[in-house]
Design a protein around this ligand. Structure first.
Ligand code: FMN
Length: 381
């Protein structure tokens, strides 16, 4: 195996090791994928000011997100079906995050359940909530996250309806995979993935099966999920969820200044500038493009986080410079997971940590908390 030095190396290896339908599920955006691409390319346009001959001894990447200490301000984003990129994926990713000292966010649509991840980790993780029509189920999910001592609830608001992803439709994406002839032929080329998957009992949506009314197996599950995302979701629901949860609340999926102001009014602790990694509204602005305007509008009243398109430590520092208190990575850690399991997620975080540290130094800073717009070349953002 060639030496892994970049997130791109992890992506290439994941593509070889993960069955096509799950690799495609991660590496795709909605419709023309223009927003998915813009998330990455808009980062590259932002240039740094290089500084020299400043003291760079004893550098620190430590910071806080929603008041919690982090080894660097980079969290793992909630991603559905992570346990299909690699057997037991959520547990492995949570462990890698815990060892490095960054937050892990478990998706509602995870394969490993809240209780399972809690039993196999030692530090609190964050839980991401989708609002489903079945409000009893949502109440119980919130209560389960509390019982598991999750230290923040990440409430995703940008999936009232589902953006169309062509590859998923063509691949007939389900978990576990449907055994059609093309899928079986593809699985036959991924022996390592198959062996690991045969060894684990965790092969369907752990937070849902056995917990939601009328979902007992995979066939009832697929119809349940497609009907359950709630198009009637409103800010009244946010208030209700905030009260029921009672802990730190982060609102995810904000791309508009007006919505950012409504987040402030809701009393949330933070918002995430996010277009869901280009998987929902194709044609929306990139997240890094939307970030400065939202920071200017509400940055003094609420903590602003962002995700979408981060593929290096350079991208992390660009987002911090434009006012994000912290960022999240989705695909980079999924590539690491698909490539090498827990070691791959750890490698992903190490690559990003190293790039972040060196880039900060080249910009003439020793403490990540001092990063601001001064490190960027005016006119490039
Ligand atoms: C495969 C995949 C599954 C995702 N599932 C969820 C999810 O269950 N809940 C959620 O709030 N966001 C989900 N997202 C969006 C991520 O949380 C995040 O916003 C996005 O991945 C950030 O962009 P990046 O992948 O370019 O880092 C998913 C993203 C991917 C790639």
């Amino acid at each position: 195996m060639s030496i892994i030095t970049t997130i791109e190396d992890l992506r290439v290896l994941a593509k070889r090791r993960v069955p096509r339908m799950f690799y495609d599920y991660a590496d795709a955006g909605s419709w023309t994928e223009s927003t998915y691409r813009a998330n990455e390319t808009d980062f590259a346009a932002i240039k740094f000011r290089q500084r020299v001959a400043v003291n760079l001894v004893d550098r620190s990447l430590k910071s806080t997100m929603i008041g919690q200490e982090v080894a660097m301000p980079v969290a793992l984003a909630p991603t559905g079906l992570t346990g299909m990129q690699h057997a037991d994926g959520e547990i492995l990713a949570a462990r890698a995050a815990e060892k490095i000292g960054v937050p892990f966010t478990l998706s509602t649509m995870s394969i490993c359940s809240i209780e399972d991840v809690a039993a196999r980790t030692t530090k609190p993780f964050w839980f991401q909530l989708y609002v489903m029509k079945d409000r009893d189920f949502i109440e119980r999910l919130i209560d389960r996250a509390k019982a598991a001592q999750c230290s923040a609830l990440v409430l995703t608001l940008d999936l009232q309806v589902l953006g169309q992803r062509h590859k998923d439709i063509r691949n007939g994406m389900t978990a576990p995979p449907k055994l059609t002839i093309p899928n079986m032929m593809n699985l036959a080329t991924k022996p390592r993935w198959c062996l690991n998957m045969l060894r684990t009992p965790r092969r369907h949506f752990g937070n849902i099966v056995g917990h939601a009314k009328s979902v007992s197996d995979m066939s009832s599950l697929s119809s349940w999920t497609s009907q359950q995302f709630d198009p009637a979701l409103s800010w009244k629901d946010v208030e209700w969820i905030k009260n029921r949860w009672g802990g730190k609340l982060i609102i995810k999926g904000i791309m508009d200044n007006e919505d950012a102001r409504l987040c402030v009014e809701s009393g949330a602790d933070a918002l995430i500038v996010s277009n869901h990694g280009g998987r929902q509204l194709d044609g929306a602005q990139s997240s890094i493009g939307a970030l400065p305007g939202i920071v200017d509008a509400v940055g003094k009243q609420i903590e602003v986080h962002m995700d979408g398109g981060i593929r290096s430590g350079q991208d992390v520092i660009r987002a911090l410079a434009l006012g994000a208190q912290g960022v999240y990575i989705g695909r980079p850690f999924l590539y690491g997971l698909g490539a090498m399991g827990e070691a791959g997620v750890a490698r992903c975080l190490e690559i990003i940590r190293n790039e972040l540290d060196l880039t900060m130094a080249f910009c003439g800073l020793r403490d990540v908390r001092q990063v601001d717009r001064h490190i960027l070349l005016p006119g490039t953002y």
